[in-house]
Design a protein around this ligand. Structure first.
Ligand code: ATP
Ligand code: FE2
Length: 334
């Protein structure tokens, strides 16, 4: 087990999809650096896993160098290393894990494998000081309503098909905008009016593909892009607010935390805030710098793992976990 006396410094590597990131975080929660490079797709294209992995290989050394430089540390000053072990795209994940193996063979530091989704929640709690929230985790690859009960982060609701970020990116791509679509849709939506789109909530779960198809169909028929962006946001975000509200009621918790790349959206924040106000719950949103994929969330979760007595991974035996679920893990630090 890692030394408990004094403060430890963790270097975390994020490499699940578009982003290659390195963050350096201290066990008191201070973030010393958070550097990332994001693979950009060609206009009209989705992610090409091989190209994303090539991007990560190309930038990894430079991102690490910048992160160390910004933290004013050398590799030898780092106590532990963590990496996002899953879920994510296998080719991207592998670049991160191979890089960790390379670093650890040089430095011999203990290595911790981190669940990417849990890292989004933990960085959100660290940065907002929320204690026991219902978390709405919304990104390009994930849409989940999560709360901590019985020793695990349990999933109360999720998408039945694609994630909300993916839905926004897909619509954007089909109408000629490049990745990431979310911020562009948000800008167009400010000038839009409502046109009807299907609203799909089943129990605690959502579905977005039909909504995107209908919005694209209306675009081809000449509907205004501003109106479609506005309606897409209003519909999808109302669905997410509905399932989050129900999870609050089920669990009896009184905090909501919004995290993941789509947490940057002002309209989604506003809807959840209003819902929370009506229910007497407190609303927290992860700061923008920590909303999307980043290395510091992996570093912070690495620290929590190490400090709670979790064993480091043995690098010759461990592998990536592309389908690692949020609720598969016993959480030792709560
Ligand atoms: P994960 O692996 O957790 O699924 P990811 O690879 O999608 O993450 P993130 O950086 O967490 O990466 O999220 C990126 C997503 O966030 C993209 O789908 C992007 O369109 C969306 N996004 C970013 N900013 C906004 C915004 N202002 N409004 C809506 N969506 C946004
Ligand atoms: Fe993510």
């Amino acid at each position: 087990m890692i030394k408990m006396a004094g403060r430890i410094v963790c270097l975390g590597i994020e490499s699940t999809a578009h982003t290659f990131g390195v963050g350096i975080v201290k066990s008191d929660g201070s973030v010393l650096s958070n550097v990332a490079s994001v693979y950009k797709t060609k206009k009209g294209w989705g992610i090409i896993p091989k190209d994303a992995a090539e991007h990560h290989k190309r930038v990894k050394k430079d991102v690490l160098k910048k992160a160390l430089c910004k933290a004013k540390l050398k590799l030898e000053d780092i106590d532990i290393v963590s990496f996002s072990q899953g879920p994510g795209l296998p080719l991207s994940l592998r670049v991160g894990m191979d890089f960790v193996k390379e670093l650890s063979s040089k430095t011999n530091k203990p290595v911790y494998g981190v669940n990417h989704c849990i890292a989004h929640i933990e960085i959100g709690m660290l940065k907002t000081k929320s204690k026991d929230p219902v978390t709405l985790y919304v990104s390009g690859g994930n849409t989940q309503v999560i709360a901590f009960t019985g020793g695990r982060y349990r999933c109360f609701g999720e998408t039945m098909d694609i994630a909300i970020g993916n839905a926004l990116d897909m619509f954007a791509r089909k109408v000629g905008m490049d990745y990431p679509g979310g911020p562009k849709i948000e800008r167009f939506a400010k000038k839009g009016k409502y046109v009807e789109l299907p609203y799909v909530v089943k129990g605690m779960d959502t579905s977005f593909t039909g909504i995107v198809s209908e919005a694209v169909r209306k675009f081809k028929q000449g509907a205004k892009i501003e109106d479609l962006c506005f309606s897409l946001q209003e519909t999808c975000f109302a669905m997410l607010t509905e399932i989050t509200e129900r999870a609050l009621a089920h669990t009896g918790k009184d905090e909501v935390l919004l995290t993941g790349g789509v947490a940057a959206n002002g309209r989604l924040q506003q809807m959840l805030k209003t819902m929370c106000k009506d229910r007497g719950a407190r609303f927290f949103v992860v700061p923008k710098e920590f909303a999307g994929d980043n290395g510091s969330m992996i570093a912070w979760t690495g620290i929590l793992s190490a400090m709670s007595g979790q064993m480091p991974v043995s690098l010759d035996k461990t592998d990536i976990k592309p389908r690692w679920r949020t609720d598969e893990l016993d959480i030792m630090w709560r």
